[in-house]
Ligand binder design. Structure first.
Ligand code: CU
Length: 133
């Protein structure tokens, strides 16, 4: 399956998500705070959408697209462009973020470098990989 030019698309989406975040910041409910392995991770994990986020993972058509690698402890936004809720849940439980349809949420990536496999807990066939440097 041919893919769209991801770079230009991602840049446009990032700009759009920044604008959207300002509007969509109406206190979405997170049930489980991300597990923090350090104090800095804990501080960053408190906020919903992170204005200074290192990047955005987009969820569209039941697929994850996002930065291939991020810095340990960085903030990432998750933008759900689908019509139903998704989650980004680490297979090892390092992070677990649910995002309602059309919403954006933020989370802190683990402070420990490694390759994290994640999935959507609502759709078992959705998988992604996040490399933490
Ligand atoms: Cu899903």
């Amino acid at each position: 399956m041919p893919r769209p030019p991801a770079k230009a698309l991602a840049a446009a989406l990032l700009a759009a998500s920044t604008a959207l975040a300002a509007v969509a910041c109406s206190a979405p409910s997170t049930s489980s705070p991300p597990a923090s392995h350090s104090m800095e991770g804990m501080a960053a994990g408190m906020q919903m959408t992170a204005p200074g986020a290192a990047g955005t993972i987009h969820i569209k058509d039941f697929a994850f697209t996002g930065p291939a690698a991020v810095q340990a402890g960085a903030s990432l936004n998750v933008m759900n462009m689908d019509g139903e809720a998704h989650s980004i849940t680490a297979d090892d439980g390092s992070f677990d973020v649910s995002v309602a349809a059309g919403q954006t949420a933020g989370f802190s990536v683990p402070a420990k470098p490694g390759v994290y496999q994640y999935h959507c807990k609502y759709h078992a066939d959705m998988h992604g990989t996040l490399t933490v440097d």
